[in-house]
Design a protein around this ligand. Sequence first.
Ligand code: PHE
Length: 341
Amino acid sequence: MKDQINTYLAEIEIFTAKTKDELEQFRIKYSGKKGILNDLFAGFKNVAAEERREMGVLLNELKGRVQEKIDTLRESLEGEQTAAGPARDLTLPVNFTDSGSRHPLMIIRNRMIEIFSRVGFTVAEGPEIEDDWHNFSALNFAPEHPARDMQDTFFIEKDPDIVLRTHTSSVQVRVMEKTKPPIRMIFPGRVYRNEAISARAHCFFHQVEGLYVDKNVSFADLRQTMLYFAKEMFSADTRIRLRPSYFPFTEPSAEMDISCNLCGGKGCGFCKYTGWVEILGCGMVNPNVLKNCGIDPDVYSGFAFGMGVERITNLVFNVKDLRMFSENDVRFLQQFESAWQ
Ligand code: PHE
């Protein structure tokens, strides 16, 4: 038994564990219920009386060495793990970072650009902070026109007036001042109006403006271009309706309705049971505007149109509250990229 204990002591002396598992095996082997220590202590009663003292010391030493070994190895194994961080399973799948999604307004704006570019329209942009000339005067607004009123316009400076543009029609002027016809362009951008914020109105929104100036451009060209747009944007069976209206910068002017894309024109809550929904304003460029921009109205004519991107987006995606477009709630924003195309 003495030799046996000495062998164990030697074995313990050189033992080392690379993992907690190996250490646990060692612990079970020596200190487990059916381990070596219990075995030896159980055999102790058979030891001859004269050897008892020596054997007792040896056995206790063995027990102490086992515990010592377990303690030091456990300490060093845990130390290593804290230094290297928790054990990592390198076979687990990677946690991909969420990627963003396109904003619904931008999805629709891009779609509009794509539709008009197919029939030869290019894209231009203008500044959001405008002077009175480009936002109002050159567009044939009379000095007392109500749109200049504090109610609608955000003024940055007065006399001379600097404003946040109230529509993208200002870009028409900027382009016509610099470009000689033929001009066939669209102008997407953000516009600002001093309105109380609600589900149906916001102090800013987005527009896409269109301008076509050339020789012999007629109202028939306007109508056909608008019909093409409506069919491409909504569906091939979409119909359009032009109602007489007034804008200072177009003459004649019209508001355009499309047959309600939710009920197909039969009448529903969305179109207020009329079968039609208004989507844009348009008309033939007023000769005064051409003149203001240095284009001879006796040689050239043109049409212009302007529409709200939020409005069209609502029609396509059925978004009920305008404010959701600018609240940046990803649960809302993530729904659209995959829903389209
Ligand atoms: N600028 C007009 C608006 O904001 C829309 C429009 C543009 C109307 C071009 C006619 C022609 O309401």
